[in-house]
Design a protein around this ligand. Sequence first.
Ligand code: HMG
Length: 445
Amino acid sequence: MNEVGIDGVEIRTGKLQLDLAETFAPAQGEDPGKYTKGLGLRASSLPDVYEDIVTMGANAAHRLMERKGVDLEDIGRIDVATESAFDKSKPVSTYVAGCLEQVFAGDLHHANKGERKFACVSGTQALDDAFNWIRAGRSRGRKALVIATDTALYERDDPGEATQGAGAVAMLIDEDPDVASFSTLQGYGSADETDFLKPNQQFPSVDGKRSMQVYLARMREALEDLETAGADTHPDNFALIPFHTPFPGMVKKAAVLGYRHCIRGTDIEAEIADEIGRQPRPEAFDDGEAYLDALKEYTDKLAETTQYAEWYERTVAPTLGISEHVGNWYTGSVHIARAAGLKAAAEDARDLTGQQMLVASYGSGAQAEIHAETIQPGWADEISQLSIDEQIQNRYDLSFEEYEQIHDVHNHDAETDLEPLTTPDGEFVFDGWGRMGERKYTYVE
Ligand code: HMG
């Protein structure tokens, strides 16, 4: 049976940036180090007046399809994963299809379209749906277009405001993929949680500190479930480990816990035992609290070992290279982490063909999903065609006053009239409202 997976990927960032150290920190009266060192973020991407989840998704898909020589008749399915949808009935994928039909010959009437929701994990769920559709023999040789797109805004002055972001990732899922093939092994950690939710509201209600605990707990369950499914999670088995990245500091916390779990009982644990001892085992403690204290002490020492530092620099650090400049893109976040890791590896001329990535997705509410992917021979060529560095470089740098206005422009409850801060060029733009309250889009040459 042919491999199925990601044949191509394209990333589209919002065209504005909020510099967290230079612009946001002084306005908040905070030390810039809180954002740059504590959270690990330098800037947030935000959409200009004429950008939204549809334009970013359609612009990413357009460039991807042109690059890969894909026509509308080649696409059998379009799934959009988002938690920023503006319609409870008509899916965002229909708007994206309408955009693509403006620039490509033919139409997408034959394509099955839908929308996926489960906070940030829904982008990965949409990849799964595409995989299953192809593997079930229902694709008739056509490809699936999966788009993860979000405008991740928080209420002004919410602690989450520093982690905002906006952008889209478009992925083509197909047989004999160029980038990475999926495996059938998956691990889940899923529970009914109320840490981050949007009950019929645009901006999330968030219990930030709790959301971090829930992230770690569900990731741990997903890893254990993956092992139960038969995966060998020895840390040296993976060339890259892209995580859902709400901010790089969150990934740092998760990575050391994951490493501790995966080295238990392995040669690595034995090798560093002289330096920091063996991991505490619960059966050696009468008191649960004493066990947890000992575990924390071991984890702190583990984070200081050369073995951990080398593993982190090789497998995790490269995946954070885009996130730190753009913030949290919710559904797209783990997919920019995968792309960033591969991009850094290509720039370092690492030979990753045939090697494994362990992809750790997460969505609040809450569910983690972890699976392995195998890197395919075409990966470096495909990834070298990304234009994300240039896009990040060319963003318009907002003053704090402009940021406040832009936040209002995208706030569904605020009435603001603001001229665009950038000029559209060869892209889809939001072009006003139709007679039934629908959003309208045009392609600007
Ligand atoms: P906060 O409470 O304002 O920040 O918001 P803090 O005071 O905890 O500081 C952050 C870190 O900076 C801390 O590091 C500080 O010590 C450090 P830590 O102790 O945790 O290691 N710090 C400094 N470091 C250096 N120099 C300084 C300095 N000052 C402080 N001067 C919080 C933090 C994450 C709670 C907030 O941003 C938030 O609420 N974010 C939104 C929720 C979130 O991102 N949760 C992450 C897990 S849930 C998830 O990933 C799902 C999500 O993507 C949604 C979805 O699935 O749809 C969010």
